[in-house]
Design a protein around this ligand. Structure first.
Ligand SMILES: [Zn+2]
Length: 344
């Protein structure tokens, strides 16, 4: 009886602290170079500035491994108050050439999500398996970004055959990674282009993967482990001032079971967000549909709704909402990604 009481109590305490402090903000980069597409690129000088900015503002760069373990409740690992994890998608060679020396200099752990076919086919702009091993030997984590980096849910029909071929795709990449890099490769997956739907997400969770998306926001134990948010930090998002605001934010505590599927056939999809703990959250919401500010509507004490003022085009869109904390100089952050496909 006492044992049960202690367990119940610790679970209750755990769910309280999760909202307060136990979160990590994850950044996603692609290219670190001077001559690659602007929207997914930060210059080596800009990247050095980011690492210095983190250091100067008392952030701790943690490995994604430690961050996930701490959020899973591993008692041996403490998540520092201002924890940040760094990730790089696609395994471009410029990460080895330009980012790796800086990451070593700042002693900053990092993760690379790799699509394996381009490595197997020796694509010129990609790292080789030897270069990936080089990063891994230093302590970087190398993991799964699919076999071919193709769109995963822009298919029709999204039936059992489709789902099986997606799982086969991910399994093939995982096998190639473990063949080349050994058993240290964790079961993590980053969706190409950050696109997924509920069916795919659930299937990956069932296969034992933690899966990463590309919408903004921090991660806590309460987050959706099948669509973990990451803040873009390159292109227009590289600005140090806005980056600091994001890095200081905490995930808005919401009922994620009530959130809609990313994939929608609606052109004006609205989202109703149920905030599970409003005790420290201001009522004023600052919401954006893509880059346009929109008025969010409180339906009652705990629920607000965001609706796009006009039709969204086919493709990816994001709603972002922030709210200033009543205590502390940080924002709570909520993000809903959309993939609009009107022809389904
Ligand atoms: Zn990618």
């Amino acid at each position: 009886m006492i044992k049960r009481l202690i367990v119940t109590l610790s679970v209750a305490l755990c769910s309280i602290t999760v909202h307060a402090t136990d979160s990590v903000n994850i950044l996603v980069y692609h290219h670190v170079a001077n001559d690659t597409p602007a929207s997914t690129t930060i210059s080596p000088a800009g990247f050095r500035e980011h690492l210095q900015l983190l250091r100067d503002n008392d952030f701790t760069v943690v490995s994604l491994e430690d961050a996930l373990a701490a959020l899973r409740g591993d008692a041996d690992i403490d998540l520092p108050e201002k924890a940040v994890a760094l990730t790089f998608d696609d395994a471009y060679e410029n990460i080895h050439t330009n980012a790796f020396p800086l990451l070593k200099e700042f002693d900053a752990p990092f993760t690379v999500f790799v699509a394996t076919d381009p490595i197997d086919q020796n694509f010129q702009e990609m790292m080789s398996w030897d270069q990936l091993r080089d990063l891994q030997e230093w302590g970087a984590t190398i993991t799964n970004h699919s076999r071919d980096h193709d769109y995963m849910v822009r298919h029709s029909p999204l039936d059992d055959d489709w789902l099986q071929s997606m799982i086969d795709n991910v399994s093939h990449a995982q096998q190639r990674l473990t063949d080349e890099l050994g058993d240290m490769v964790p079961r993590w997956f980053a969706y190409p282009y950050g696109e997924y739907n509920e069916t795919l997400k659930q299937a990956l969770l069932d296969e034992g993967y933690a899966a990463f998306a590309q919408h903004s926001g921090g991660m806590s134990a309460d987050s959706d482990w099948g669509a973990i948010p990451r803040f873009a930090a390159a292109g227009v998002y590289a600005n140090p001032e806005t980056l600091i605001t994001k890095l200081n934010s905490k995930p808005m505590p919401v009922n994620r079971d009530a959130l809609p599927d990313m994939l929608t056939a609606e052109t004006r999809p609205s989202v109703t967000v149920e905030v599970t703990d409003t005790s420290n959250m201001g009522r004023a919401l600052n919401c954006f549909v893509d880059s346009s500010w929109v008025e969010a509507e409180w339906l009652d004490d705990n629920r607000f709704r965001v609706t796009p003022p006009k039709a969204l085009s086919d493709g990816r869109h994001r709603f972002n909402c922030t709210s200033q904390a009543r205590s502390g100089s940080f924002f709570y952050w909520f993000s809903q990604p959309w993939l609009v496909q009107t022809d389904r």
